[in-house]
Design a protein around this ligand. Structure first.
Ligand code: ADP
Length: 224
């Protein structure tokens, strides 16, 4: 299973990425985590990126792509699956990630898009700020990160829809409900991924499921 996630800050990429990784036994490659780890260890990369992280700006593509290439090579050695969390964040990174995937024979099967609105995302990030102490979880930097997502990151979603690998999920529900829907969708796709050529795939939009089944807070129509 090879998944990349496109989602605004606070939508739950970290939580759902960890869930998918554990479920399929594949590495979770989270660029934000890797960068924060460099900052904490005060490596050369850490010193170069700290200001970008503190301000909620994107660090230069080259730094992130070098890091991700290394992680993808390790993922290949570990069996070939992966969950990419935090990349791509712009069109250049989307093309570069695809290129790295092509070179390694492991392009993404699924682009998982988590949808949530800015009011809910801001609420979640401010709540998290009280628990963790991330330098970028302040009201001002949160607004900057959300604006950057809407302007620079979200346009790449159309590219994945055109490639037929987009799966959109409504992330305005509990982490447990969203996680269950993601795993059900990925499990349902698994047999096709193993057999269908990449150019025969169609995009999957699950965001209307909850409403269609009249679900209010349950697992959006997925019965147990
Ligand atoms: P969030 O999605 O909540 O903003 P992340 O942990 O994914 O959290 O990212 C935190 C910060 O790390 C970003 O604001 C940015 O500065 C940097 N970053 C992470 N991934 C990338 C990337 N692919 N390209 C550029 N900068 C990145």
């Amino acid at each position: 299973m090879r998944v990349l996630m496109v989602a605004p800050p606070g939508a739950g990429k970290g939580t759902q990425g960890a869930l998918i990784a554990a479920h399929f036994g594949i590495p979770h490659i989270a660029t934000g985590e890797l960068l924060r780890d460099h900052v904490a260890r005060q490596t050369a990369v850490g010193q170069a990126v700290q200001t970008y992280l503190d301000r909620g700006e994107l660090v230069p593509d080259r730094i992130v792509l070098d890091m991700v290439r290394e992680e993808m090579i390790a993922a290949k050695a570990a069996g070939g699956g992966y969950v990419l969390d935090g990349i791509p964040r712009n069109m250049e990174q989307a093309r570069a990630a695809y290129q790295i995937g092509r070179e390694l024979g492991m392009t993404a099967d699924v682009a998982l898009h988590l949808q949530a609105d800015d009011a809910e995302l801001t609420r979640r990030l401010l709540a998290r700020a009280a628990l963790e102490h991330r330098s970028d979880d302040t009201a001002q930097v949160i607004a900057q990160r959300l604006a950057l997502y809407r302007e620079v990151t979200s346009p790449i979603i159309a590219w994945y829809r055109d490639r037929g690998i987009l799966v959109s999920v409504d992330a305005m529900r509990s982490a447990q409900e969203v996680g269950r829907e993601i795993l059900v969708a990925l499990e349902a796709m698994r047999p096709f991924l193993e057999h269908a050529p990449a150019d025969e795939r169609v995009p999957l939009d699950l965001t209307g499921l909850g409403e269609a089944f009249g679900a209010t807070g349950s697992a959006a129509g997925i019965s147990e």
